[in-house]
Design a protein around this ligand. Sequence first.
Ligand code: AVJ
Length: 327
Amino acid sequence: MLTQPVPYSAPPSSRVSEFAAEVRDALTRPGQRELPSKYLYDAVGSALFETICLLPEYGLSRAGTRLINTHARSIVAQMPAPLHVAELGSGSGKKTRLILQALATRSHLYYYPIEISPAALEACEKELGQLDMVSVVGYEKPYLEGLRAVAARRVEGEHLLVLFLGSTIGNFDRPAADDFLREVRAILQPGDSLLLATDLVKDVAIQLLAYDDPAGVTAAFNLNLLARLNRELGANFDLRAFRHQALWNAEERRIEMHLVSLKRQRVEIPAAHMKISLEKGETIWTESSHKYFPEEPFAMAERTGFRCVAQWIDEEWPFAQNLWLVD
Ligand code: AVJ
């Protein structure tokens, strides 16, 4: 018997319409067209991102892991007990293992990964579900929604440690990052803490290579966003008519990823009820990765209702883990 391959399962229709609405908004914004970077992480995108992390050019995630490897004990040393750990965008959960192991020597704890990518959430539950003394309860939700759900479960006297590793905060514009961190703060209570990773400003050529590797993995990661619109929204993007571009925006201190249209072309996105015309050379802006000076996380903490009580910086790849406390 001939069986149909099952390469891909469509998301529920409520998710599709939300996705379609956000795509429509971002693509029709006056001036620069955009696509929301959170949609880079479907099953293919998450796997490509894991591969990016293996590239010699992309030092971020190894730096983050090294810092946690070296400093896990100092990071958790001052944490109050009982404590639960929530993680925003858990990814595969590899860095988190070290933190949980350092904490679980003291007492049993709950770990709540909050992740919109079902593939990444599943990988994380597998990776961390076997740890002694740790119960994993995943939330397939946007960050703040998930964090509110976690906070609602807590009992009087229990504290929360929120992990925001990998420097995903860099995907927010600076004002939006402040707003987001204020919202996180509003969900937390005195004695809670946030471990926030920030990639630091470094040599521009090194930064550009990290986002435009010669093997083209990052290009594939970026182009997959169009492939995802084709798969999930019925769009007809010709991926070969676009080129990956990474650029350093010096004024905003960020890497921007764009997709450059290689010709004048029209694209239809049926589920978003739209058609767009792109000029040759016109770009769709898909992601920003802001880079920080080491002192910025201290000022950000102050502005958003936290206090930065410790910072660890990697010696090989300028990158910081910042421990913020709610007083
Ligand atoms: C997962 C958001 C931290 O911005 O560096 C990697 C994503 N984009 N290569 C980053 C990404 C291009 C990454 N974060």
